[in-house]
Design a protein around this ligand. Structure first.
Ligand SMILES: Nc1ncnc2c1ncn2[C@@H]1O[C@H](COP(=O)(O)OP(=O)(O)OP(=O)(O)O)[C@@H](O)[C@H]1O
Ligand SMILES: [Mg+2]
Length: 255
C-alpha cells in the first residue's frame, strides 16, 4: 500500500482495567471506503472516538496523511480535514437545512475570522459559503429541503445533513458511525451511494462503522472486523464476511 491516509498503530483505550480497544493497528488506504464491523461492544465506537480526538488513547499512535495527530484535539483534526460526522451533526433544530450548512462553513479555517472587519472580503466569504452550500445540497440531492427546519427532517435526511455539514468544512476524510443506522433501506442505499460518489468523484476518503452489512457490503472497498477491542480479520469485503473467525465472533454471546 502507498502511504495510508490514516494509520492507527497499537492503540489501546482502557476504561478502568477494561481494554475497550486493545493494541489495535489499522491502515486505511487513500481513495477507498473502509468499513469497520464487529459485534456490539467490540470497541468500534471507542476506536473512532480515539481517532477523532474525543478520547485520549492510553497507548498507541494515530497518523493522518503521514502526520502524527495522536494528541490532536477534535477541532485541530477538523482543521486538518479529518472530520467525524457526529461531531458536526447535532443540527441546530430551529435553523433550516441551508442555515445548518452555512454555520459549518469555515470551521476548519481560522483565517476566515481575521477577515471580519474587512467588509468586502466578508461579503466574498458569504457568497462563497452560499455557493458551496448549494453545491453540497445538489450533491446530496436535498436541495428541496434547503428551507425546511432541521427538526422536520427524517432520520435518514438528518444523516445526509450530517454528511453535508462535514463537506462544508472541507473535510478530506470522513469518519462516520453507523451512517445508515435506523433509516429505511431505500434511504440507506441512497446514503451509501452518496458516500461512494463522494469518494470516487470528490476524492474523499471514508472510514465508517456500519451494522447494515447487507447494504454496506455493496459499496465498501475494504473491511476491518473487530472483536474484543482488536482486529480479528481484514481484507476485501467478501473474504472478511466469509472468514469463519468473523462469523463465529458474531455468534458468540459475550458475558
Ligand atoms: N465511556 C465508557 N465507559 C466505560 N465503558 C465504556 C465506555 N464506552 C464504551 N465502554 C465499553 O467499551 C466496550 C466497547 O464499547 P463500544 O461502544 O466501543 O462498542 P461498539 O463496538 O461501538 O458497539 P456497538 O456496535 O454496540 O455500537 C463496551 O464493553 C462498552 O461497554
Ligand atoms: Mg458503537
Amino acid at each position: 500500500m502507498a502511504q495510508p491516509v490514516l494509520s492507527v498503530k497499537n492503540l489501546t483505550k482502557k476504561f478502568g482495567e477494561f481494554k475497550a480497544v486493545d493494541n489495535l493497528s489499522m491502515d486505511v488506504e487513500k481513495g477507498k471506503i473502509t468499513l469497520i464491523i464487529g459485534p456490539n461492544g467490540s470497541g468500534k465506537t471507542t476506536m473512532l472516538n480515539c481517532v477523532s480526538g474525543l478520547y485520549a488513547a492510553d497507548e498507541g499512535q494515530v497518523f493522518f496523511r503521514g502526520e502524527d495527530v495522536t494528541k490532536n484535539k477534535t477541532h485541530e483534526l477538523v482543521e486538518k480535514g479529518l472530520v467525524r460526522t457526529f461531531q458536526v451533526s447535532s443540527p441546530f433544530t430551529r435553523l433550516n437545512v441551508l442555515e445548518n450548512l452555512l454555520v459549518s462553513y469555515g470551521l476548519n479555517s481560522g483565517e476566515k475570522f481575521k477577515w471580519a472587519p474587512f467588509s468586502s472580503k466578508w461579503k466574498d466569504e458569504e457568497k462563497d459559503a452560499m455557493e458551496k452550500a448549494y453545491r453540497v445540497l445538489e450533491l446530496l440531492e436535498i436541495t428541496e429541503l434547503a428551507h425546511d427546519p432541521a427538526y422536520t427532517l427524517s432520520g435518514g435526511q438528518l444523516k445526509l445533513l450530517e454528511i453535508g455539514r462535514a463537506l462544508m468544512t472541507d473535510a478530506k476524510m470522513i469518519l462516520t458511525d453507523e451512517p445508515a443506522g435506523s433509516v429505511s433501506v431505500i434511504l440507506a442505499e441512497k446514503i451509501f451511494s452518496h458516500i461512494r460518489e463522494l469518494c470516487r468523484n470528490q476524492g474523499l476518503d471514508f472510514l465508517l462503522i456500519e451494522h447494515r452489512l447487507d447494504i454496506a457490503s455493496k459499496y465498501v472497498d475494504y473491511v476491518y472486523a473487530m472483536d474484543s477491542g482488536s482486529v480479528l480479520s481484514h481484507g476485501k469485503p467478501k473474504d472478511v464476511f466469509e472468514d469463519i473467525k468473523v462469523i463465529e465472533s458474531y455468534l458468540t454471546v459475550k458475558r
